[in-house]
Design a protein around this ligand. Structure first.
Ligand code: SF4
Ligand code: SF4
Length: 201
């Protein structure tokens, strides 16, 4: 297994794609994830960018010697007019994951409240609340857990407000075991699958 495949396995990449397939980015977002912030990619991915378009790849900088990573200068030079990814089917892992974001824990994944990320957080919270409601916990404990989750959703709704003007976003951390169960729950709803991401033209 090569390095990229190993990383994908470690971060439950396929599970994340199974969740993202039910979501689509709103046009009004204008691809903020490609225009702002830090986007780090692997050397192998940088080499691929160089093969596709050496001129555009000049805007990708090595983070060496401290790290084997490369940094895409934002806005990304591979972003097409009308805010679509010009290399959608070859985009790096970090782009295909977003609004999920890798953390250093090794047992969970971050999820940022951009417009699509917030929809996922809200659905995740509703799923947790439904699970809590079906437990045998005493009613007062159930009510407390549910109120906590409702407050959590409210706090991410506030974070979403004006998210494109914030340098960093507070993100929810989802343990991998809950991510897997949430993915099964999403599949059980038989929702139409939408091609998520930026490949609309
Ligand atoms: S992933 Fe989020 S920030 Fe990126 S285009 Fe979609 S909604 Fe916007
Ligand atoms: S999704 Fe495409 S356009 Fe956006 S940052 Fe990644 S490679 Fe660049």
């Amino acid at each position: 297994m090569n390095m990229i495949e190993s990383v994908k396995k470690a971060i439950h990449y396929n599970t994340i794609q199974n969740i993202l397939q039910y979501y689509i980015c709103p046009e009004e977002c204008e691809a903020h994830c490609c225009k702002n912030g830090q986007i780090h990619i692997f050397e192998e991915e940088y080499m691929n960018f160089s093969l596709i378009d050496p001129e555009k790849a000049k805007r990708i900088q090595s983070e060496m010697p401290a790290s084997p990573l490369y940094r895409i200068e934002t806005p990304c030079s591979f972003l097409k007019p009308h805010d679509r990814c010009g290399i959608y089917y070859q985009r790096p892992i970090v782009c295909a994951l977003y609004p999920f974001k890798v953390n250093t824990s090794g047992n969970s994944i971050g999820l940022q409240p951009c417009p699509v990320g917030f929809l996922i957080i809200r659905e995740f919270a509703l799923w947790i609340i439904s699970n809590i409601s079906n437990t045998n916990l005493p009613d007062d404990e159930k009510a407390k857990y549910i109120a906590d989750w409702e407050k959590t959703v409210e706090s991410y709704a506030e974070e979403l407000s004006g998210f494109h003007m914030k340098n960093t976003l507070k993100e929810i951390q989802i343990p991998f075991d809950e991510l897997e169960m949430f993915s099964i729950y999403m599949a059980s709803k038989n929702l139409p699958k939408i091609n998520s991401g930026l490949d609309l033209g």
